[in-house]
Each structure stands twice: as structure tokens, then as C-alpha cells.
Write a protein that binds this ligand. Structure first.
Ligand code: H2U
Ligand code: ZN
Length: 348
């Protein structure tokens, strides 16, 4: 039996990036569903919303007024989870109780002044400006003393807890390396030591050869459903050239990154003809000044929807207590996404 003819039986799949297993139960994809039905979110519909705290010229919580920005706008989060200048302390009681001071900075990035746009409905040239801003922010925040991790992400849609439809993302930059980054650094570092090549470049070659889980690509980037995906339509965005951060991309690659972000978000919206909710974010090298050539820049998309604009996957029960599990296979999810039109369903 080869990996190309995986039987429709329960099996575990290995995630080499985090070194964890996930459970795949393909035979379960047909079970009846009488559970939750979500309200279908509608596109926001107005270019300017006087009540929006992200629209140009409007006041935010605390009274600060946004400038009349024309493209992108970055500000320090008014309810930041991290604060700069927290002194270093490490308090313990024996082995079991421990707390460590954590300093950092949280920022909000508005992608566009237009309230009702999304990445999927922004022209590639405008997304390219967002990529440039992310790159500048990575350099600026990563260059601050004591900042070793810069997490750039977007929560899209109410279902993912996004507080506002205005196109925006967040950046949390902090002193310690968060758990996911620690896992990915360890796995990529060990792989590079053993093979003298980056894990994700070798993985991408494999997927390009097998062509079972590819979704879309351009000259510099490919999006695929990883073999070990947990979320039904989870994808991984990998560059064709291994770089450790956005700052190492060429100007041409930054535009190609904007293009591939557009391609995948259009396909997502087209899947259930809805503004598709997701958490997306980049994983980049720690900014601690150490040698991170083993670390390859990539982005994850974690969308919650399962079978329609209204039914999402829950991470509950066995997933919380034991390990993540999925029904629809990554191969099926990739085929569904791949076969969708690359033109947005709302485009005239
Ligand atoms: P989310 O939609 O992903 O929650 O991001 C919006 C962020 O905007 C959120 O972290 C911040 C919230 O703290 N915010 C402000 O900084 N100022 C405001 O006036 C409202 C919300
Ligand atoms: Zn707005």
C-alpha cells in the first residue's frame, strides 16, 4: 500500500512542523448533522461607517482620532495584551508555581480606508501595500531591544472573534517565543541540521511532485492543504525560495505574495459564497539575532467552516482532551478549493 492509496480508514497523520499527530476519520464525513446553524454573515456594504473605530477620521476608544489615511494605517492597540517596559522578573514557589514578567507591543493594522473591503476584494496592488507595511513592522518591532517574536495575523469574521468587519489585522510582538514558534523552530532546526535544506522547501517539492493537495500558485508562492491539516480547509502558504522573514523577500516577491493572498482568499469566499472567516498569520524567524537560516517564512490559514457558510467545525471533546481530528480529508479539501473559480463571486 502506498500513500497515494490511503484507505478510507481512521489513521493518524504526522505534522513535521510541530511534531504532533492528528487523527483523520474519512469514513465520518457523511454523518448527519443536526447541530449548530450559524447566521450567514453578509458583506459589510458601506464604504464608510461613522460608528467604526477603524474608519478614517473616526474616534477610537479613549478618544484618539484616526487620521484621514488613504491606504494603510497602523496604531498601538488601545487594549494591548502586552505592554512595553515590563521589567524582567521570574517568581517561583518550588517547581509548581512560576510566573515571568513579559513585555511587548500590540498594534492594529488597517488594510484599507474602505470599510467594506476584504483581502479577497482588494486589488493586488493594494494588498501589496499591506505586505510592505507588514514587512516594515516586522523590521521595526523585531529591531526593538528585548523583542524576539513578531506575530502578524488577521482574524477575519465574527465567527473568529473579529470585532469589526473593517479590513484589519494585528501584530503582537514580545520578548519570549510563543509555543507554536518554539515547536516550529525546533522541528525546522533539527531538520536543517540533518539534511542541510529547509523542511518546508523539501515538503513543497514533495507536494509539487504528488500534486494531490495543491490549491493555487504563482511564480514565487504556492498554497496547499498540508497533509497534516487539522481544520477542514486549512492551508499553508510556502515561498519557492527559502527566506526566514518578510524582510528578505524581493520587491517582486512581495507583489507575488500579495497576488497569492488574493488568490487564496478569493477561493475561500467562493467556496460557500460568503465572506469566509479565518485566522491567518505569518511565521517568521525569531528576532533574537541568532542564526535562523533553518527557519522558512510561511503563512497558515485556519478557517473554521466545515460544510457551508453556516456550519463550522468545533474543536471540542476529543480534540481538547486528546488530539485534533478531522473528517473530510486534506486531499478532498484541496480538490474543492482548487476547482473553484479564481474570480470573486461578488465581482461584476
Ligand atoms: P480584532 O478585530 O482582531 O479583535 O482586532 C481589533 C483590535 O482593535 C482589538 O485587539 C483593538 C482591540 O483591542 N481596538 C483598539 O485598539 N481601539 C479601539 O477603539 C477598539 C478596538
Ligand atoms: Zn470602518
Amino acid at each position: 500500500m502506498s500513500l497515494s492509496e490511503l484507505p478510507p480508514q481512521p489513521h493518524r497523520r504526522w505534522n513535521p512542523l510541530t511534531r504532533e499527530w492528528i487523527l483523520v476519520s474519512p469514513h465520518r464525513a457523511l454523518r448527519p448533522w443536526q447541530g449548530q446553524v450559524e447566521n450567514v454573515p453578509r458583506p459589510a456594504g458601506v464604504a464608510y461607517d461613522p460608528a467604526c473605530y477603524l474608519c478614517p477620521g473616526n474616534a477610537r476608544a479613549g478618544g484618539v482620532k484616526n487620521p484621514n489615511y488613504a491606504a494603510t494605517f497602523v496604531f498601538d492597540n488601545d487594549f494591548a495584551a502586552l505592554q512595553p517596559g515590563v521589567p524582567e522578573w521570574d517568581l517561583r514557589d518550588g517547581e509548581l508555581l512560576r510566573a515571568v514578567g513579559e513585555s511587548g507591543t500590540c498594534r492594529v493594522v488597517c488594510f484599507s480606508p474602505q470599510h467594506d473591503l476584504t483581502l479577497a476584494r482588494m486589488p493586488v496592488a493594494e494588498i501589496a501595500r499591506v505586505v510592505d507595511v507588514w514587512t516594515e513592522q516586522f523590521l521595526e518591532l523585531g529591531g526593538l531591544p528585548g523583542i524576539n517574536s513578531v506575530q502578524i495575523f488577521e482574524n477575519r469574521g465574527e465567527m473568529m472573534g473579529s470585532s469589526n468587519p473593517h479590513p484589519h489585522g494585528q501584530i503582537w510582538a514580545n520578548h519570549s517565543l510563543p509555543g507554536e514558534l518554539v515547536k516550529e523552530c525546533g522541528a525546522q532546526g533539527d531538520y536543517f541540521s540533518a539534511h542541510s535544506s529547509t523542511l518546508l522547501t523539501d515538503y513543497l517539492r514533495l507536494e509539487q511532485r504528488r500534486a494531490e493537495r495543491l490549491v493555487c500558485s504563482n511564480e514565487h508562492f504556492t498554497v496547499l492543504v498540508p497533509f497534516w491539516a487539522v481544520w477542514p480547509f486549512e492551508t499553508l502558504l510556502i515561498g519557492h525560495r527559502a527566506v526566514s522573514g518578510l524582510d528578505e523577500l524581493t520587491a517582486e516577491e512581495r507583489v507575488a505574495l500579495a497576488d497569492i493572498l488574493h488568490q487564496i482568499t478569493v477561493r475561500y469566499d467562493n467556496l460557500f459564497r460568503t465572506p469566509f472567516p479565518y485566522t491567518m498569520g505569518f511565521h517568521q524567524r525569531p528576532t533574537d539575532g541568532a542564526d535562523h537560516r533553518a527557519f522558512q517564512l510561511h503563512a497558515h490559514f485556519y478557517p473554521p467552516l466545515l460544510r457551508s457558510a453556516t456550519v463550522k467545525k468545533f474543536m471540542v471533546g476529543y480534540e481538547l482532551l486528546a488530539m485534533p481530528q478531522r473528517d473530510i480529508t486534506p486531499e478532498t479539501a484541496a480538490r474543492l478549493l482548487r476547482e473553484l473559480p479564481d474570480r470573486h463571486y461578488l465581482a461584476g
